[in-house]
Design a protein. Structure first.
Length: 249
């Protein structure tokens, strides 16, 4: 008798899971996302140091952000497609040191772009309202402009000038994306999501030329920005009325 009850309970649980999963079919939901960019050497987005003679250039990625909207379209019980558009701001601290004169100049630098991702999403139910999902796909990254900043200092008869120019390598590039996270689905207040995303372009996104000018004599060091980053993802998906879901079946 106990085995029969256990099997019946398991069968009812599976049927509830399938029924709830069907509710995600042919449903389009919209949401907003905020994703702080976390620098990490392990993910090819850490500090870089370039040296030449007495000059040392340090490119130190700082916390940036990715902000935008996301759209999810459910096709089957377990598969959805996600897309959207986001503003991405990568922040850097650049410092140029002349060891012979013990002089350091610093510049805060930002490189801004836009992303249009297309990802396939697979999700699994973990509890009554908790779901786990993973996704992978590509992102079309757009870079509208180049950047230029400068800093200078005067010491007696010596003039120190630090100029930084970052030029995009292409107007649009393609990157790989992978995502993993969890979401809590409420009855009336929408979905709340917490996860992480890794973004890796197929090639460097920009070339940075840093020029140190000492009393009119320039020296230029070059570095490439990989564009790779890891984010902590916060998303909110707006509530979809049950009547609309039923109508779309």
């Amino acid at each position: 008798m106990g085995k029969i009850v256990a099997r019946l309970g398991l069968w009812m649980g599976v049927m509830m899971l399938v029924a709830h999963a069907h509710a995600q079919e042919n449903v389009t939901t919209f949401g907003i996302q905020v994703r702080p960019i976390i620098p990490s050497k392990f993910f090819n987005s850490g500090t870089e140091i370039v040296e030449e003679g007495d000059l040392e250039l340090v490119v130190d990625p700082r916390v940036g952000y990715n902000f935008g909207m996301v759209m999810r379209r459910g096709f089957t019980r377990f598969f959805s497609l996600e897309t959207g558009i986001s503003l991405v701001r990568r922040n850097y601290n650049l410092s140029f040191t002349h060891r012979a004169y013990n002089e350091t100049l610093q510049i805060k630098h930002a490189f801004v772009g836009y992303e249009v991702p297309v990802q396939g999403l697979i999700y699994v139910r973990l509890g009554d309202r908790v779901w786990m999902n993973g996704s992978a796909g590509v992102s079309f990254d757009f870079y509208p402009s180049n950047t230029f900043e400068s800093a200078n200092n005067q010491r007696d008869t010596l003039t120190f000038v630090f100029e930084q120019r970052t030029n995009r390598l292409n107007w649009v590039q393609v990157a790989l994306m992978a995502n993993y996270g969890f979401e809590f689905r409420t009855k009336k207040a929408g979905y709340f999501y917490l996860g992480a995303t890794y973004h890796r372009p197929f090639s460097p996104i920009a070339r940075s030329k840093s020029t140190y000018v000492l009393s009119g004599f320039p020296t230029t060091l070059e570095t490439e920005l990989s564009g790779s980053y890891l984010t902590l993802d916060f998303r909110y998906y707006f509530h979809e009325d049950p009547e609309r879901k039923k109508k779309m079946k």
